[in-house]
Design a protein around this ligand. Structure first.
Ligand code: PLP
Length: 390
């Protein structure tokens, strides 16, 4: 049989299609431990990916089904779930880095990852250098003898630079350096870094995979030789996914294709509309031509999700709050990837070390949810009417 298309995989992955009389969804087994009828069975349990579970922290039937489904969608070797996206990222850093090592991290990285590097990893004598996310093959100049990991996040948080993943992965591979990427924005549907040789592909499944803003969940898909180190690091830190959360992740996958097509379409429509507005300096949306890395997005990605940022022209004091506070359909809040629209002022100037944001406008991030897009645009039109240029 030919390989199933992505939408078919979303429906079928991680399910036992051939068994008789079983529930459509794998049962949510709430278990801390599993019992065995012989010492022999007990001793062979859990020796290979997705094998018989033996202790809740190492996996339950539903977390194993979720991992299997994600790995299949990512086209990687195997996946490991974690208690949150950040736990998955921490597991990957600990898998590939030891005392005295050096890691390269893009300057547009998700802020909590920067804090992981500067607060916790620095204490362990792991050195971080931040690089321009648009550096591409130029990354070679930043590699030191002790560089053990090149971390990527594409597009970048807040400013949406699309990285040249194949160029960086190739250089890393030639030098025996591990690569890992935060692929949360694209989901496994729109970008598949594992196929480009990236060792660990990470998702904050909290976002689009769960898709309803009701659980914290992370997952890492690895290459064959990166699987054990990542699994060991995640097990040693005890950051396992709960059964209920893994179940919400698996359930979210079933509808992710239809949801993401709508986020893609509405997101682009709102972004294009915003780009025509006189209050707007720039729209950072990978599908729009002036987004840094737009050509790379066109080359490597098959779609866009519903998250992007807008840089407004310098505004009169208080007018941003008037715009945001009066919005009806956009709620103010962190996170994204659920069905609901969200708005969040960003502060790239406070964290970036390379990209200076001084003298520029204020940046606001929008998540375009599944509401009717004309309601969203009407809401924004009224909101932008409350802005006053400085
Ligand atoms: C939210 C987010 C994370 C962290 O995920 P949590 O599940 O909240 O820990 C990681 N990367 C990106 C890009 C995110 O937006």
């Amino acid at each position: 049989m030919t390989k199933a298309a992505q939408d078919t995989l979303l429906v079928q992955a991680g399910r036992e299609l051939k068994a008789s009389g079983v529930s459509v969804n794998p049962p949510v087994v709430r278990a801390s431990t599993f019992v065995f009828k012989s010492l022999g069975d007990f001793q062979t349990a859990g020796k290979t990916p997705y094998s018989t579970p033996f202790y809740g922290r190492v996996g339950t039937p539903v977390s194993l089904a979720f991992e299997k489904a994600v790995a299949e969608l990512e086209e990687g070797h195997a996946a490991i779930s974690a208690s949150s996206g950040l736990a998955a990222i921490t597991g990957v850093f600990l898998a590939f880095l030891s005392q005295g090592d050096h890691v390269l991290v893009p300057d547009s990285v998700y802020d909590p990852v920067r804090r992981l590097c500067t607060r916790t990893l620095a204490r362990m004598d792991i050195e971080t250098s931040y690089y321009d996310p648009m550096i591409g093959a130029g990354i070679v100049e930043l590699i030191k003898p002790n560089t053990k990991l090149i971390y990527l996040e594409s597009p970048g948080s807040g400013t949406f630079e699309v990285q040249d993943v194949p160029a960086i992965a190739k250089i890393a591979k030639e030098r025996g350096i591990r690569t890992a990427i935060d692929n949360t924005w694209a989901t496994p549907l729109f970008f598949k870094p594992a196929k480009l040789g990236v060792d660990a592909v990470i998702h904050a499944a909290t976002k689009y995979i769960v898709g309803h803003s009701d659980a914290m969940l992370g997952v890492v898909t690895t290459s064959e030789d990166a699987f054990l180190p990542v699994r060991v690091a995640l097990q040693d830190t005890g950051a396992c996914a709960g059964s209920e959360e893994a179940n919400l992740g698996l359930r979210g996958l079933r509808t992710m294709g239809v949801r993401l097509r709508q986020h893609h379409q509405s997101g682009i429509e709102v972004a294009r509309w915003l780009a025509t507005r006189p209050e707007v300096m720039k729209v950072f949306h990978p599908a729009l031509p002036d987004c840094p890395g737009h050509a790379i997005w066109k080359r490597d990605f098959s779609g866009a999700s519903g998250l992007f940022s807008v840089e407004f022209k310098p505004l009169a004091e208080g007018s941003m709050a008037a715009m945001i506070d009066g919005l009806q359909h956009f709620k103010i809040g962190f996170s994204w990837g659920g069905y609901e629209s969200l708005v969040l002022p960003m502060h790239p100037e406070t964290s970036r070390v390379i990209t200076s944001w001084k003298e520029r406008g204020s940046v606001v991030r929008f998540h375009i949810g599944l509401e009717d897009v004309s309601d969203l645009i009407a809401d924004l039109e009224e909101g932008l009417g409350r802005l006053r240029l400085a």
